[in-house]
Design a protein around this ligand. Structure first.
Ligand code: SAM
Length: 258
């Protein structure tokens, strides 16, 4: 039957389809997505802490570990933050930043990060501003599937996405290319690896000259909580601390909790 937010979402989506004669190309119509996203967050919050306070977690240079008697971070969020803390970029861009919890949490974990976020949905950007009114981050609406070069993005050392590209059905390669063009050194992805062949897509974009990096190195990271490979770490230089992703099945065949 679905919740009230779910029903409203489907009604709005249906009437838009009648009006425009076109189905939303992605998993969701992002224009109406915020209410169901908020409900999704409430679901995650039953077992996990979404918004960190200073001192909840500590990073010792290698591991991000819980310091208080609170619910732990979701494993996908944990590996995203831990990887970025290990790489220690000066500046970070989150693609599809949603309600802004990751940007907030990254600021709490390392206030020196210069943070940026973009999201296609005005509703999601509005939600972020409401959830984190004092977030010290540059956040703007942007459609990452736009033709590369046609949108302005900040230049950063690292880009990351968490459960974003997996939901994009039309022009998801543009989204990858745009984020690679914004990042000078690293791109961390935590996605559902079955939705696209991310490794083939990234290699294709590099071969076609659509990733402006001389070299492309694709590594992965295992979640220290789940003990399974969860994150892809793409870099412009070799990253010996992480294993090389020699075979896409290493990520794809894992039952991930996204
Ligand atoms: C499942 S939510 C994940 C949000 C956030 N990364 C998180 O982990 O909570 C997917 C997000 O991607 C955004 N998104 C989808 N397509 C996009 C696009 N073409 N450009 C930028 N953001 C996009 C949506 O608006 C939504 O906020």
């Amino acid at each position: 039957m679905g919740t009230a937010a779910d029903r409203l979402y489907h009604i709005r989506k249906f009437f838009k389809m009648l009006r425009t004669g076109r189905k939303a190309p992605d998993d969701y119509d992002w224009q109406f997505y915020s209410d169901i996203y908020r409900e999704g967050l409430d679901g995650i919050a039953r077992d996990h802490t979404l918004i960190l306070r200073e001192g909840d977690y500590a990073f010792d240079g290698e591991h991000l570990s819980l310091q208080r008697d609170i619910k732990p971070l979701h494993p996908n969020y944990h590996i995203t933050y831990e990887t970025l803390l290990q790489l220690s970029p000066e500046s970070i861009l989150e693609g599809g930043c949603g309600g802004g919890d990751h940007l907030h949490n990254l600021h709490v974990l390392n206030p020196r990060f210069r943070l940026h976020g973009v999201d296609v949905s005005d509703g999601q950007v509005a939600l972020l501003r409401k959830r984190h009114p004092d977030l010290p981050a540059w956040v703007e609406p942007r459609d990452l599937t736009a033709e590369p070069g046609s949108i302005e993005l900040p230049r950063v050392e690292a880009a990351f996405t968490q459960a974003v590209i997996m939901h994009i059905r039309e022009n998801h390669r543009n989204a990858l290319a745009n984020l690679f063009s914004a990042a000078t050194r690293w791109f961390v992805l935590v996605e559902n690896w079955k939705r696209h062949d991310f490794l083939a897509d990234i290699r294709y974009l590099h071969r076609e000259g659509r990733i402006p990096w001389k070299e492309l190195h694709v590594q992965y990271r295992e979640s220290s909580l789940l003990k399974i490979p969860l994150a892809m770490v793409v870099s412009a230089e070799p990253l010996p601390r992480y294993p090389v992703l020699t075979d896409y099945r290493i990520l794809r065949d894992v039952i991930a909790g996204i």
